[in-house]
Write a protein that binds this ligand. Structure first.
Ligand code: C5P
Length: 232
């Protein structure tokens, strides 16, 4: 028997263009999937309304808006998201942004900080004016997130082990870039399997296309849930 808590560790990214497609997908996935991520694309096309609908069905919702603005705006925007009664929200890991989001989030909404976008390498950071390379900046921001009482971090699967050692056991580590063995990589370059990600102390894994573009999404999700449960 797979427990609810184990099932919740798979977050399915609803990266589709419109709410009707997303809704159809959640209907196909049924009871197999209990946690969904709504990102920028769907949020701008009615995704926040869909979040309410899925919450009413008992699903958990991760709103991936990667907020970053002046503190007052971040605080107020975060408060609006908290009113949706969703579960996770992402913000960029800038100290001012994280402090403001913490105030706006209240006690229930969990905040996840994005340290450094995984599409950035050292040269991209230098071009953007940073004095740190990726590894140093990820570590610095992970520690700043912990100091700002942020609940968790979004990380590349290959950063999990090092960052867990750095932030300790209480921070939630959430990782995309997960591919079942044998699945197509798509544009993901640095991947782990679900079992490897769990072994590397991920609390949650985010999977999109290997489920959403599968012939049988429900079967694809069920296999990943089983892999997570057996990796404990
Ligand atoms: O389809 P796929 O499994 O690659 O989807 C992964 C999800 O995680 C997408 O919503 C993507 O935007 C997100 N993500 C990612 N890599 C990051 C941060 C977020 O793939 N570094």
């Amino acid at each position: 028997m797979i427990s609810q808590a184990e099932r919740d560790r798979l977050i399915v990214a609803l990266d589709v263009e419109d709410v009707a497609t997303a809704r159809a997908l959640t209907q196909k996935l049924g009871e197999t999937v209990t946690f969904y991520k709504i990102g920028l694309e769907l949020a701008y096309a009615g995704g926040l309304e869909l979040a309410r609908e899925l919450k009413a069905q008992g699903k958990k919702i991760f709103i991936d808006l990667k907020l970053h603005d002046i503190g007052a705006t971040v605080e107020r925007a975060t408060r609006q998201i908290a009113r949706l009664d969703v579960d996770f929200l992402t913000v960029h890991a800038y100290p001012q942004t994280m402090t403001a989001a913490r105030i706006g989030a209240g006690a229930k909404l969990k905040l996840l900080a994005v340290t450094v976008m995984t599409s950035y390498d050292d040269a991209d950071l230098e071009a953007a004016g940073y004095a740190f390379g990726v590894e140093a900046l990820v570590t610095r921001r992970a520690l700043q997130a912990r100091a700002a009482n942020i609940d968790g971090l979004i990380l590349s699967p290959l950063e999990l082990a090092a960052i867990r050692a750095c932030v300790g056991p209480d921070m939630l580590l959430v990782t995309p870039g997960v591919r079942p063995a044998g699945a197509e990589l798509g544009d993901q370059k640095r991947v782990l399997t679900p079992a490897q990600a769990i072994a590397a102390t991920a609390n949650y894994i985010v999977v999109g296309r290997p489920i959403t573009r599968a012939q049988d999404p429900r079967a694809a999700a069920a296999l990943i849930v089983e892999e997570i449960a057996s990796a404990r």
